[in-house]
Design a protein around this ligand. Structure first.
Ligand code: ADP
Ligand code: MG
Length: 662
């Protein structure tokens, strides 16, 4: 039967698929491949159970549409019979009288409308025969086509156990050919997708959902229909078939469940467990009565959302009523007449098992998923596979992707968020630095202009006040005033010099310098209070670097002075030197007051000071900034004044190219 499969039964509508992996989880044979974030059904592996169709909330799983072919058959002028599955009362619950339903089918153009339960009646007899013998070897029921495909494809070694009996559908087909002649065309209508590929003895198979669509397209409405009965032959108890254990009830085998030689399993998890245990020999002396769905009444060709137990009630009510009206004489005669037909069926293996990848390969994939040890195997099932190892196997076999692993993907996401945050911070810092240096550049221009304009008149004032001072005798009362003018003019010159430095208007005379020694010397130029310790940490491999010693000494001592001034209660001033081939780094850190966040922006701005008048000029950092820039280097400041942690000091880092070519 499996090898006769000619159809692609189930497809994915990729535009609707939201890749939730529910279909992967629900597929009993893992016939769904996730590739490039899209689910697709692998036809060769699919057993047409339609579980995925049932569970997909997006309607992204559809199945082979037979409506067109059926319409053409009905228009062909041939005699066409509809074989209606016994689960119809559970589907068309809005139709109170089944005869209205039959009339609606006739309205579509069917010449005959027959109940498939007659086939079930006869098939039940066959099962009775093979189950009744004491010594009968165990069998697996073969009435559910999805179960048959499952055995043929995934347990080919068990094909010999499949009951060699035709399904009720095929049995009915044979009965109708006998009763109405070989030329009668046959369309099965039921709740099943797998049946569409089951047998060449029927022309087409429609689902109830498709039948509903055809009624709708043709405007066939229950209210307007006449009543009409089913065509013969009329069935007996076979109509109970579509509920679970239905076949056992048909063959009066219900009691045997208690005796324990029949295992009834239905639904995608249970039937697989039963087959696995059967194969391993735990229940090898038992007959397996298996259904892929929880009874055919829960088949994928039924409308979505129906309730299992109310559906059972619809079936039993219908069967009870039918059995009350059954003409037993006629039924017995039919059973005898058709009993002589051949209801045998053969099956052949069609192995679709996947080879099991070797352990090392599985471990490699698991490692890639961040699962180093068994403790990392969460087996959370989010990927659709029961275990992490199953998922790894599927990845190796090309059915799954790493990204399906939720913990792995979350971890990856965290990582990229971190990276994103880091680059965001970097960007923000760079933007701020740019704004800052633009501002400083503007100020530099302004300062340079002012300083330049003041420099000449200042020169004149200095020169003439000095001449006047020299020419004025020491005892002249004017002498004191002139000394004050000279002194203040000198102070102005210093300020103008500082501004010119900030505006980078000075020359750099760089020469190779031993930086650790140079730094050591800088300590001589500052006044170190007793409560301050000075530490020099040298991490340089090559201590020589090129710089303008005079200017850099100014820069360094200014930083050191600031640091000391920031530690009125004492602390440690640390200077760290490091470097690579291209750059050297001088970091001056203190354990002082720190710099409040709101002042950070104002650093390096000329005349910004927090010190008392006469104590600070606010020209130290602008001078340093100018000197560092003239060396083609950069200077950064970081400070922690977190109110909760308390101030933990400030550090200024100067980075200079090793070979300043100026
Ligand atoms: P001045 O020292 O004359 O105030 P600077 O340009 O050297 O001018 O420094 C400007 C301001 O920057 C200082 O007044 C002080 O507020 C702040 N500052 C500089 N260095 C430090 C430091 N190491 N710790 C805390 N604040 C500092
Ligand atoms: Mg200063």
């Amino acid at each position: 039967m499996g090898s006769a499969k000619k159809h692609r039964l189930v497809f994915t509508r990729k535009d609707l698929c939201r890749v939730c992996y529910t279909c992967v989880r629900e597929c009993p044979v893992k016939a769904i491949r996730i590739a490039n974030g899209q689910a697709e059904v692998i036809s060769e592996r699919c057993i047409g159970c339609g579980n995925c169709v049932k569970v997909c909330s997006q309607g992204a799983k559809t199945y082979l549409d037979s409506k067109q072919q059926v319409s053409e058959l009905l228009k062909s002028g041939q005699r066409v019979a509809a074989i209606v599955a016994p689960s119809f009362p559970a589907e068309f619950t809005e139709i109170n009288d089944y005869r209205v339903f039959v009339a609606m089918i006739r309205r579509l153009g069917f010449d005959l409308v027959v109940e498939n339960a007659i086939g079930a009646d006869l098939v039940a007899g066959e099962y009775e025969k093979i189950m009744d013998t004491e010594s009968a070897s165990p069998h697996i029921s073969s009435d559910c086509p999805a179960i048959v495909y499952f055995i043929e494809q995934y347990y080919p070694q068990l094909v010999g156990f499949l009951a060699p009996v035709a399904s009720p559908m095929v049995a009915t087909a044979r009965i109708l050919k006998k009763k109405y002649g070989d030329s009668v065309q046959l369309v099965f209508i039921g709740p099943c997708i797998a049946k569409k590929a089951e047998s060449d003895e029927l022309n087409e198979v429609l689902t109830f959902t498709e039948l509903r669509d055809m009624f709708k397209e043709r405007g066939i409405d229950p209210i307007r229909e006449e009543v009409s009965g089913f065509d013969p032959p009329h069935p007996g108890k076979g109509a109970i078939f579509p509920v679970s254990r239905g076949m056992l009830q048909t063959v009066n085998k219900v009691d045997d469940i208690c005796e324990g030689n029949v295992v009834v399993a239905e639904g995608r998890v249970n039937f697989r467990d039963a087959v696995r245990e059967f194969e391993r020999g735990f229940i090898s002396s038992h007959h397996l009565e298996l259904l892929c769905c929880e009874g055919c009444i829960m088949g994928p060709g039924m409308s979505k959302g129906g309730r299992r137990y109310s559906r059972r009630t619809y079936i039993s009510n219908y069967v009870r009523e039918k059995l009350n009206k059954l003409n037993r004489e006629e039924w017995k005669k039919d059973m005898e007449d058709f009993g002589s037909l051949d209801f045998s069926q053969s099956f052949s293996p069609a192995d679709r098992r996947m080879s099991d990848p070797d352990k090392e390969k599985i471990n490699e994939v698991l490692r890639k998923l961040g699962k180093e040890s068994p403790a990392d195997h969460l087996n959370c099932g989010a990927c659709g596979y029961d275990t992490c190892i199953d998922h790894a196997r599927a990845i190796i076999n090309g059915l799954a992707e790493h990204e399906m692993c939720l913990p792995f993907t979350i971890e990856k996401l965290h990582h990229s968020i971190e990276e994103l945050n880091a680059s965001n911070d970097k960007l923000a810092n760079a933007r701020q630095a740019l704004r800052h240096s633009e501002k400083l550049a503007h100020m530099g221009q302004l300062s340079a202009g002012i300083a330049h304009e003041l420099n000449n008149p200042l020169g004149v004032i200095t020169m003439y006040s000095n001449i006047l001072k020299e020419e004025t005798p020491v005892d002249n009362p004017l002498r004191k005033d002139l000394e004050l003018i000279v002194e203040q003019a000198d102070r102005c010159k210093n300020i103008v010099g500082g501004l010119l430095n900030f505006a980078r208007k000075n020359q750099v005379r760089a020469c190779p310098t031993h930086l650790p020694d140079f730094t050591q010397n800088s300590f001589e130029s500052i006044i170190k209070p007793d409560n301050v310790d000075i530490k020099l940490v040298n991490r340089m491999d090559n201590p020589i670097t090129s710089l303008d010693p005079e200017q850099m000494m100014q820069a360094l001592t200014n930083l050191e002075k600031n640091a000391v001034e920031a530690m009125p209660q004492g602390g440690t001033l640390t200077i760290e030197l490091s470097g690579n081939e291209d750059e050297v780094e001088i970091r001056v850190s203190d354990t002082g007051t720190g710099i409040p966040q709101e002042n950070m922006e104002k650093m390096f701005t000329p005349f910004f000071t927090t010190k008392k008048p006469g104590k600070g000029t606010g020209l130290g950092l602008p001078l340093i900034y100018g000197i560092v820039k003239m060396h083609k280097g950069k200077i950064q400041v970081s400070s922690n004044t977190d109110a909760e942690k308390g101030p933990s000091g400030t550090s200024f880092t100067i980075t200079l190219p090793r070979n300043t070519e100026i």
